[in-house]
Design a protein around this ligand. Structure first.
Ligand code: UD1
Length: 367
């Protein structure tokens, strides 16, 4: 079998997670795909980047584009200029772009326009909310790719509706692979982690919020914090705080030190720690796409502080509920805490943990 030279471009936290099992598969002995890893540098703090490389045992990237923070235009354009130079030298057979961040879009456009084949990992997701930067990124990326790896049947149908069925393949979700790959480490870590944070199993609400639509608007953010304060009178609230959210809260003058009575703000956690916290939480309040799905797979009830989701499968059986108005949160959290769907049987629409193998075979055979 002829060897295929692939290049993967990643740079933000969720991309490290969803790419990890695929990178391992492509670097394994059974693989006929050669792989070069390029880090855009969109996320650069150790707790947003290198912790994932060490926890997920990923090799060092061959190149870091050191893009850093900035406006959407700045990030996307800087990635384009810097990646183009490298592509001209490295000439891969195919460029893999995971997810829906500015790194995804910048890499996809650059590679497609320079004449390289582009494969989009996690293709076909749609929230239909064009005010989300990720929705723009994923739509444009799908439409300039030559191979689309759809994680779910819904995603495949979305691609078919946009005339992309011929280049789309239903592979399952590599985030299921990532969860299976790391579940022994999560089991080993959870006891110590809960002890260090002085938490008991199923006795706290986990919160993660970082979407611009929630944290960039001071009135809405103030409303959210007010609701969290009310919730923390009834429940322990643990809030690993994303740097974007930390900055916004600091500019509002919110006290984000860890207090016993109030919301417990903690630094952003690694992947293993996040899975351990999620697995043992009474419920999750989030605006992350990936965490809605991870909560579903770990059977932790989820509330999503958004009006849409690109993962509609999670809404089945009350596993996930969309909340638009932060003032609804105290009542919704009280309800979610008393939900008992953990033990129930349900079908898993996200695949069986073999997505990375399927993708390797498609890359090897070209179909
Ligand atoms: C990005 C992705 C989003 C993803 C999220 C996961 C886009 C458009 N958004 O959002 O889809 O869900 O990553 O975290 O690509 N910062 C640091 N240290 C870092 C990185 C960022 O302090 O290592 C701060 C900077 O002030 C920066 C802000 O966080 O301006 C936002 O970072 P950015 O990468 O622009 O967007 P995210 O909100 O992280």
């Amino acid at each position: 079998m002829a060897r295929v030279n692939a290049l993967i471009v990643l740079g933000a936290r969720p991309q490290f997670i969803k790419s990890a099992p695929l990178i391992k598969e492509l670097l394994s002995r059974r693989s006929h795909v050669g792989l070069t890893i390029v880090h855009s540098g969109q996320h650069y703090d150790p707790e947003m980047s290198s912790v994932f490389f060490s926890e997920l045992e990923l090799p060092r990237p061959a190149l870091n584009l050191h893009v850093g923070s900035g406006s959407h235009a700045f990030q996307t354009a800087t990635i384009m200029v810097r990646l183009e130079r490298f592509l001209k030298k490295s000439k891969p057979d195919i460029v893999i772009v995971p997810g829906d961040t500015n790194t995804t879009l910048g890499a996809a456009i650059t590679a497609a326009k320079a004449g390289f084949r582009v494969a989009h990992l996690e293709a076909g997701l749609r929230s239909s909310d064009m005010t989300m930067p990720e929705e723009i990124n994923r739509r444009l990326t799908d439409h300039c790719s030559s191979l689309l790896f759809a994680p779910t049947r819904t995603a495949l149908n979305n691609l078919a509706n946009e005339g992309l069925r011929k280049i789309a393949r239903l592979t399952g979700d590599t985030m299921v692979d990532a969860m299976q790959m790391t579940s022994p480490s999560v089991r080993r870590a959870e006891g110590d982690l809960l002890r260090d944070l002085e938490l008991k199993k199923r006795n706290y609400v986990l919160v993660t919020l970082h979407r611009p639509s929630n944290v960039d608007e001071p009135t809405r953010l103030t409303e959210i914090i007010r609701s969290l304060k009310r919730i923390s009178k009834e429940a322990i609230v643990v809030f690993p705080i994303h740097p974007r959210t930390r900055e916004r809260l600091q500019s509002l003058g919110t006290d984000i030190r860890r207090g016993r009575e109030q919301t417990r703000f903690i630094p952003p956690q690694g992947y293993i720690e996040t899975m351990a916290l999620l697995k043992n939480a009474e419920c999750l309040l989030t605006d992350s796409g990936g965490m809605q799905k991870e909560a579903f797979l770990l059977r932790t009830p989820c509330l999503t502080l958004r009006s849409t989701t690109e993962w509609p499968e999670t809404l089945t059986g009350k596993a996930n509920r969309l909340i638009r108005d932060p003032r609804m949160l105290p009542a919704a959290i009280a309800q979610a805490r008393s939900l008992r769907f953990r033990g129930k049987r349900f079908s898993n629409p996200f695949g069986d943990g073999t997505a990375s193998q399927k993708i390797r075979r498609i890359l090897e055979t070209g179909q």
